[in-house]
Design a protein around this ligand. Sequence first.
Ligand SMILES: Cc1cc2nc3c(=O)[nH]c(=O)nc-3n(C[C@H](O)[C@H](O)[C@H](O)COP(=O)(O)OP(=O)(O)OC[C@H]3O[C@@H](n4cnc5c(N)ncnc54)[C@H](O)[C@@H]3O)c2cc1C
Length: 427
Amino acid sequence: MAFYRGNEMSEEKILRPDLAIIGGGPAGLAAAAAARSAGAERVLVLEREPLAGGILNQCVHDGFGLVRFGENLTGPEYAARFLQAALAAGVEIRPQTMALELTAQKQLWILGPRGYVRVEAGAVILATGCRERTRGAIQIPGSRPAGVFTAGAAQYYLNRQNLMIGRRVLILGSGDIGLIMARRLTLEGARVLAVVEKMPYAGGLTRNISQCLEDYDIPLYLNHTVTKIEGRQRVESVTVVRLDEAGRAVSGAERVYDCDTVILSVGLIPENELALQAGVELSPVTGGAMVGDDLQTNIPGLFACGNALHVHDLVDYVSAEGETAARNAVTFIRAENRAAARPLIPVRPAAGLRYVMPFFVRPGARPLISLRVKEPLGRRRIVVKAGGRILAERKFPRLAPAKMERLTLREPVPLAATLLEVMIYDS
Ligand SMILES: Cc1cc2nc3c(=O)[nH]c(=O)nc-3n(C[C@H](O)[C@H](O)[C@H](O)COP(=O)(O)OP(=O)(O)OC[C@H]3O[C@@H](n4cnc5c(N)ncnc54)[C@H](O)[C@@H]3O)c2cc1C
């Protein structure tokens, strides 16, 4: 970076917006419009792609916006609403502009059509989305033929490039994108032989299992995994094996599928290279920043939201989170809240919970609590407590790891609280 920094810069040299938002996906766009409504004068969105809208631009299926608009929109339709709102609010969006470096002082270095520019903003929001785990991340043995795609890459080729990626397909992992691609490939004339999942439960939402697999007679094999991918130039076969309760391959329970394509839908990871660079504390569980209820990281004035913070199931909640980050960022810029910038009270999840967001709360705050369980559970009651006092309580008929649950405190966090506990009880 030092090499570039010493070099000639564009005539702009330094930009000084009130708020800079890294990422023009649904989180960043919603944050941008909300920041303008909250009074920020100059709001800048940096987007590395030619078109803002984020990953939704390649999600041509419907099912977006049911919570937010009560309408069943496609991904591009949903994204377009937020793009229009941001533009109408006077937000400056810079496409084809990559944020390359972020310092602990929130100084940003960006590269785009207008050259290499420094950005010094009153506050910065990280809305960089997430990325997919790849074959390397899960270490499947075998040869390295063409025909192995992540689900997102397959979605990009089909939906954005109009390229068919294969004819006989096996999908490893039952995350939502893989399920959606099972249906999409079937509609395009491919034969999806199976979806195999190593866990005893599906990784994706129930509605996607029903609408993308069951409706098309695509089998889902739980407790199964891929042990070998073979082929010289192109994938020729894949070995799938059943796993025992300890997750070990059951000898003699292998099955070989003749196929030309393998799709991996084995998890998403928040995109946090810039956050790491800046020294943001990241959670080993979510992979995102350890934020307070105001979505502020440990670096004052640096906020995070959307899939960069934790992987969401519904984009509608991503937009809402972007708006919360923006309102708090504007409060920060106005310096109304500087003394209380860092939340003080830790939030402790019960053993059955994978994580709870936020990680800290401020006394007097009334945050929205989001959470995910580690494994499927039947009827349960989730209770948020400070000392002996119950601040929120909700019954759930069932809980699944794929589904993010949310509950709002019915009263503020007591000023004297030292710990917020999120408990699970049989109900
Ligand atoms: C492949 C894939 C398919 C998905 N399909 C569905 C689905 O069908 N239904 C559903 O509800 N959810 C789906 N999701 C989840 C969906 O991504 C989220 O609900 C939502 O798009 C997250 O919004 P976001 O703004 O946080 O992230 P994104 O939509 O990922 O937007 C992040 C943006 O930040 C930009 N960016 C990142 N780093 C930089 C940088 N350094 N400089 C400049 N710009 C940067 C990216 O280009 C991108 O535009 C999918 C996710 C993936 C990865």
